[in-house]
Every structure is written in structure tokens, then in C-alpha cells.
Design a protein around this ligand. Structure first.
Ligand code: GRF
Length: 199
């Protein structure tokens, strides 16, 4: 059975686009039933609109604060019938009420490092820290997201990316991002094949 998923976004939405493309190309047996954004006017929301996917922004200021906004977001995700929530560049810490309102719907997150290394950092800060540390390898991780934790939770898929001499934050980020797109699609495909077996 095609897996119904929801995707939570905040920014440019290239990971969302990777999922949209994989589904359109028949590489992923899933359907994005809802895209939820933490703020209005993000390129990610434009991508959802362009793909004809129902979407909505839940900015805290307009929705009674962070907890109320995230509870509304979870309620919308549940009512759209999502069986998996993908955090794809969602930039806010999720409150316990979000997970409670979701019930048992699993939540996964993509992070641009080999967790637990360089967790709790965002965006370019991750790659800056990698370069500053002088490590020769970084990568990307898909992990389960759990209430009360950030960049923790069972690791589902990781792929390494070599750090090259002369890498800048931009060159490294671009190589890691390409790997993020691959492993995010693969991780969702695992849930989809499990749901096919179950159902
Ligand atoms: C990605 O690097 C992801 O790992 C991190 O935020 C970034 C989002 O990129 N959590 P995009 O919005 O999917 O292009």
C-alpha cells in the first residue's frame, strides 16, 4: 500500500523536493498528503504548492504560541491520514504536545552530519564545525525523532561523505546535501515497504 506521509519544513525545501521527485519518478511508493511549515513564505511551501500538495504554515505568533501551533500542526497531519512524519529542514524544537497529538505516528529527521557527531547544530554551522574540527569524514543521518530530544533517537540510515582538502562550507554542504536527498528517500522507502508487508 502506498505510504501516506507528511513533511515538515522551514526553508528552501530541497529534501522535500527529493521526495516529490522520487515519488513522481516511481522510485518511492509514498504519497505526500500534507506539507506543514513553521513559517509563512518559504521556498519549501512554494514547492508543495507547485506539486499540488495540501500545505499550511503554522507560525507560532499567529497560532497562540509554539506549543499551540505545533499541536494544531499535529492535528492537521493526523487528519490528513499521514502514517509517517518527515522532518525535512524543520527548524524548531518540537514540543511534547506535538508527539502526543500524533499518537503513534513515527517521526523521522534528516541531519547533515554523522550523528551523534555535530548534533544540535543547524545549517552551515554543522559544516563549519566539521571543517574546524579537521575531521576527514562527515555525512548525513536519518534518525527517529523523539519527544524531549534534539538530533537523538535511533539511527535509521547514515552515509559518509569525505572531507576534501580545500573544502569550503559551501562545497562540503553541497556534497552532503546530495547524500541527504538519497538517504532520506531510502529511509522513507523502508517505512513504505514495511507498510506494504503489514498491510
Ligand atoms: C538539511 O541540511 C537538513 O539536513 C537540515 O536542514 C537542511 C534543510 O535543507 N535539517 P532543505 O530545506 O531540505 O533544502
Amino acid at each position: 500500500m502506498t505510504l501516506p506521509i507528511a513533511v515538515c519544513v522551514s526553508g528552501r525545501g530541497t529534501n522535500l523536493q527529493a521526495l516529490i521527485d522520487a515519488i513522481a519518478q516511481g522510485r518511492l511508493d509514498a504519497r505526500i498528503v500534507f506539507v506543514a511549515a513553521s513559517r509563512k513564505s518559504t521556498p519549501a511551501l512554494d514547492r508543495a504548492i507547485a506539486a499540488g500538495i495540501p500545505c499550511r504554515a503554522f507560525p507560532p505568533a499567529a497560532n497562540g504560541g509554539r506549543e499551540a501551533a505545533q499541536t494544531l500542526m499535529a492535528a492537521a497531519i493526523v487528519s490528513e491520514g499521514a502514517e509517517l512524519v518527515v522532518l525535512a529542514g524543520y527548524d524548531r524544537i518540537l514540543c511534547d504536545a506535538f508527539f502526543e497529538r500524533l499518537g503513534g505516528v513515527p517521526v523521522i529527521n534528516i541531519h547533515p552530519s554523522l550523528l551523534p557527531a555535530f548534533g544540535r547544530l543547524n545549517g552551515v554551522a554543522v559544516h563549519e564545525a566539521v571543517l574546524a574540527a579537521g575531521v576527514t569524514e562527515t555525512g548525513a543521518t536519518v534518525h527517529r525523532a523523539r519527544a524531549g530530544t534534539v538530533d537523538e533517537g535511533e539511527i535509521l540510515l547514515q552515509r559518509a561523505v569525505a572531507v576534501h582538502a580545500g573544502d569550503t562550507v559551501e562545497t562540503l554542504a553541497a556534497r552532503v546535501l546530495a547524500v541527504e536527498h538519497e538517504i532520506l528517500v531510502e529511509a522513507v522507502a523502508r517505512f513504505a515497504s514495511r507498510s506494504a508487508v503489514a498491510g
